[in-house]
Write a protein that binds this ligand. Structure first.
Ligand SMILES: [Zn+2]
Length: 230
């Protein structure tokens, strides 16, 4: 997923109430600009893909099951909780989606994720996006992740890039990365550095690379909740 916006989105969220209301799902329609016909069809298509993937994608189903096991069921909302956990939203061009952790001091079950309907290229793209963000989500619920700690963030990005479809061979071919040896590791490393670089707590590229290097061995080899990279 083009996950570079994750930290920016999180920073934006941090100054707002949790959980963030996605524009198409906000409670008060008067606050919302009228939805254009193009936005409407993108939203409906994305909502359909979301439902299909939750029902039929082995990857998404696996992550839904494992999120529920760590107390963060992404599909059944709690009683009285009106916020869907997987928001569909329309976003500016630099955002494709992101994971929104629960606010400090709040239970991890308040976390959620956002998928940008107007940035999804295909159902497969959404599947990869959901998989990537759900790995962050699982880390958030399973471990005491401090997202402003670059080593924590790097660890989750390494795992999300490696275990989701982000670095699948076909996708790398399209990106014209033809190297075969260690191709998967290089892709994972490159994408993790990019994402950590976008963390507001990260001052520069060198710091991002250092954070990824420091946790690489432990986090690349930590494939939970998968038995191995599929
Ligand atoms: Zn990420």
């Amino acid at each position: 997923m083009t996950d570079a916006a994750f930290a920016r989105w999180r920073e934006r969220c941090a100054s707002q109430l949790y959980p963030v209301k996605a524009p198409s799902e906000a409670a008060d329609p008067i606050d919302q600009p009228a939805e254009s016909a193009a936005d409407r069809s993108a939203r409906i298509r994305a909502e359909q893909w979301r439902e299909d993937l939750i029902r039929t994608s082995p990857m998404v189903r696996f992550m839904v099951k494992h999120l529920a096991l760590v107390g963060c069921n992404p599909v059944t909302t709690r009683e009285g909780d009106m916020q869907p956990k997987i928001h569909i939203a329309m976003c500016p061009p630099d955002i494709a989606g992101g994971f929104s952790p629960s606010a400090p001091g709040k239970p991890p079950s308040e976390a959620g994720l956002m998928v940008c309907a107007n940035r999804m290229l295909s159902k497969t793209h959404m599947e990869d996006t959901l998989a990537h963000e759900m790995i962050h989500w699982w880390d958030h619920c399973r471990f005491n992740v401090d997202w402003s700690n670059l080593r924590h963030h790097a660890c989750s990005e390494i795992r999300a890039a490696s275990l989701s479809g982000d670095c699948r061979w076909s996708r790398e071919l399209r990106r014209r990365n033809y190297g075969i040896v260690k191709q998967h590791q290089e892709c994972t490393r490159r994408r993790a550095v990019l994402s950590v670089r976008s963390n507001p707590a990260c001052p520069d590229e060198e710091t991002a690379k250092r954070a990824v290097n420091e946790v690489w061995d432990a986090c690349f080899n930590d494939t939970r909740p998968f038995d191995e990279i599929y």
